[in-house]
Structure formats: C-alpha cells, structure tokens
Design a protein around this ligand. Structure first.
Ligand code: FES
Length: 121
C-alpha cells in the first residue's frame, strides 16, 4: 500500500529551493531551477543531515553542505564521497496546485525478494 502525503502548494516552493515535510519519516522535497520536482528521504545518507532544510541544488543534483556529498535526484545515486549509499527517492505527484509525495515503501524490495524466493521454491 503506497502512502501519499501532502507536501505543499506548488507556489510555496520557489524553483531552486527545498523543504522538509515532517512526519514519521521526514521527506525532502526539491524544486530545481527549471521547475522539476523531486523528493527523497530527508537525511543525507552519509550522516544525519536534513537535505530539505539545507542543501544546494545544481541542475538535477543536490549537494549536502555538511561534507559536500552529491546525489543525482533522478536516481538517488551517490555521485561522490563521502556518501556511498543512494538516497531513497519518492515520487512527486502534482494535483492541481497541490504537491504530494508518494512514499516508496522500504518493505517493497524485501517483499519482492521473498516473492522471488517463493516462486523459486
Ligand atoms: S552528512 Fe551529508 S555529506 Fe556528510
């Protein structure tokens, strides 16, 4: 079951800026200079640091200001040290002026993995 959370009104987040949606698992929402929306888990994967609160966008990449790790927002891939683990990305859905984030379920992958095992067995 996918969970959809309300992030903001589209005009509340200027192009080139980011925000954090607080919750059980906080989510960072990014709006790039060209107006593309992305969302990921809020924390950098290197250490605990809120990318939604403070990070720098460069095209489709986000830079964590704490130790300058860089991530590709299209895939979540860590592009340079010190981060080696990908950001978990979430889907952004626009519904009129409302911006929603569809949370990627972390259990999905393990569920898929056990389904595989069941088929193989
Ligand atoms: S916490 Fe983000 S680069 Fe270290």
């Amino acid at each position: 079951m996918m969970e959809r959370i309300f992030a903001c009104k589209a005009d509340e987040l200027e192009p080139g800026s980011t925000m954090t949606v607080e919750g059980e698992s906080p989510v960072a929402v990014y709006r790039t200079e060209d107006g593309t929306w992305f969302a990921s888990d809020d924390s950098c994967t290197h250490e605990q640091f809120s990318l939604g609160t403070d990070s720098d966008l460069e095209d489709d990449e986000v830079v964590c200001p704490l130790h300058m790790a860089r991530f590709d927002l299209k895939t979540g891939r860590a592009l340079c040290f010190p981060a080696t683990v990908a950001l978990r990305m979430h889907e952004v859905v626009l519904d009129g002026d409302d911006v929603y984030v569809v949370l990627t379920d972390s259990r999905e992958q393990s569920a898929a993995a056990s389904a595989q095992t069941a088929v193989g067995a």
